[in-house]
Write a protein that binds this ligand. Sequence first.
Ligand code: THU
Length: 288
Amino acid sequence: MKTTQIAVYNHTDIPFLSRAKVEQLWALVSREEGKRAIGRLEITAVDEEDIRRLNDRYFGEQDLTDVIAFPYGVEGSGGMWGEVVICLPQVLRQAGENREDEKKEILTVLTHGFLHLLGYTDQDSRLCRQMETRQNEILKTFLTEEMRRKLITRALRAGKKAYAPYSNFCVGAAIETDKKVVSGCNVENASLGLTVCAERVAVLKAVSENIWSLRRIAVAGSSQSLCIPCGACRQVLFEFAPAIEIIAANNHGRYQVYSLEDLLPHPFVASKEQRRHSTPPYPGSSGE
Ligand code: THU
């Protein structure tokens, strides 16, 4: 199987993005558009003067744009051949102040360029909207996938700290929250029944730090099977984050995504009478 070939010729380095990341993005855009990610893709980063010159030469206007895409058609092996030129100073100007914004802006502009290579145009406002919608969808998928992978890596790392002398099954969990990633590992006990799973350690760590917005949790065990939270952990997750996304991974990073609704269709829900007291964050709490 032929893989994507990307030749990166650049006047300036493209920051924050490795060649592998660019390839992943191109593979995703191609897949989403029903095409195979093969071919030759050239990515060039240029300055303002160069992008104006290119716009002048090929489109007759000396515009300062963030990206230009040149689809050259199909190359010998049947793959796509094209070139994407990004104006790095312009892209960075469009981004916010921090590194994440800059990285996201570069990814946005590259996605835009890739879609142009696959036939999208922004000639009128309808096509422009269509392209933008597609671009945002693909970017969201890419960033979600990236976040899931990051969480799995963190879960695998946390699993290395497991205390599991009785089962020898080490588990790590990592939760994406609105503040930071909170991780945990399983902690066993000689009485066996007092063992606490990695997921619950992570959830309790977060809640004990007043972190309540639990968006996603990755769980990875030291085996080739996907590690899916046990019933008790599902019920604890339900208490704090009924809408949490659950990423069950194996020790090599292979994974499957579940919703808590999939895994716990009939949770125990306390009645109003049982739940008489208000819950933190209490009014006036500093969050610490
Ligand atoms: N374990 C977890 O930490 N999470 C799970 O989702 C499944 C099981 C732990 C508990 C115990 O220490 C070991 O794995 C074997 O059951």
